[in-house]
Ligand binder design. Structure first.
Ligand SMILES: *[C@@H]1O[C@H](CO)[C@@H](O)[C@H](O)[C@H]1NC(C)=O
Ligand SMILES: *[C@@H]1O[C@H](CO)[C@@H](O)[C@H](O)[C@H]1NC(C)=O
Ligand SMILES: *[C@@H]1O[C@H](CO)[C@@H](O)[C@H](O)[C@H]1NC(C)=O
Length: 251
């Protein structure tokens, strides 16, 4: 009698275990992309290979995009399995235009191949390069976005409403991005070493920002705070509200 029940429970346990194994057999797209692109919203194809995850992992897809006025866009993209407790989708604009632009998109999801976004056109539409006539003329900054050190950083005229020359580097690790360094120089209204709005991670990547900056106008604090919080219309139009985090949280 006791024997029969033990076996019965053992069978149930084994059935449960094999069911558990099957449902945990999550497959995700996996890949790493590091590019400088002219128009990634149109040309970047984020399709990747496939890997099988360990239990307790989810699929993730994360992209960090960095551009200065007149430069190409640095695209830093990671897909794969990642240890994570919760599904989530975030879009963060760390530095809004004019001048430097830094945004990220990150998605953790729990269905096979759910990290299958292939285009970034929905959330990457930076304003057209500003015509020279709208440059304020007096202000110029060394300008470059490079994977590694800048080989050159021409002094370019700044767009209106920018007040600072930013010069810094971002060092990434995790999410397949170990030892990736991006150098960034350009005009911005943003004050200080805050290209990443002092945040230290993007999806599975950690980001360390180091920089020096020089102000070439007396910082006018009220005005600079206002432009810091400006959310350009091109983002608001393109994203469902759930994707937009309140920017003031990061200001
Ligand atoms: C992911 O899905 C599996 C199978 O449906 C479930 O057991 C697990 O708890 C889910 N994980 C998360 C973090 O939602
Ligand atoms: C990306 O490439 C894949 C495979 O080559 C293709 O199926 C897909 O349509 C492409 N997506 C875009 C947005 O071009
Ligand atoms: C500069 O900022 C002012 C005030 O915020 C705004 O009215 C103006 O349109 C901006 N100029 C440009 C070129 O963006």
């Amino acid at each position: 009698m006791a024997d029969c029940c033990v076996q019965y429970f053992l069978l149930l346990f084994l059935l449960g275990a094999s069911h558990w194994t099957l449902t945990q057999n999550l497959h995700c797209e996996v890949g790493r992309n590091l590019h400088l692109e002219d128009d990634p919203g149109r040309t970047f194809n984020w399709t990747s290979k496939v890997e099988r995850c360990d239990p307790n992992e989810l699929c993730q897809e994360t992209i960090l995009l960095i551009k200065a006025e007149g430069t190409k866009t640095a695209v830093l993209a990671s897909k794969g399995c990642a240890a994570q407790d919760m599904e989530s989708m975030t879009f963060i604009q760390y530095t809004p235009p004019p001048g430097l632009i830094v945004v990220s998109y990150s998605n953790y999801c729990n269905d096979t191949l759910c990290n299958n976004r292939d285009s970034i056109s929905q959330f990457w539409k930076p304003p057209e390069t500003i015509a020279t006539s709208r440059m304020s003329g007096a202000l110029r900054c060394p300008t470059c976005v490079a994977l590694g050190p800048c080989s050159s950083a021409p002094s370019l005229p700044c767009p209106s409403n920018t007040t600072q020359c930013y010069q810094g580097r971002l060092e990434l690790s995790g999410g397949g991005m170990d030892s990736v360094v991006v150098h960034v120089k350009g005009c911005t209204p943003m004050i200080g070493c805050r290209l990443m709005a002092t945040m230290t991670s993007v999806g599975p990547m950690t980001v360390k920002e180091t920089c020096s900056y020089s102000s070439f106008l007396q910082p006018r604090k009220a005005e600079s705070r206002a432009s810091w919080r400006l959310t350009p219309l091109w983002l608001l139009e393109l994203l469902p509200p759930a994707l937009l985090l309140p920017l003031s949280h990061f200001a």
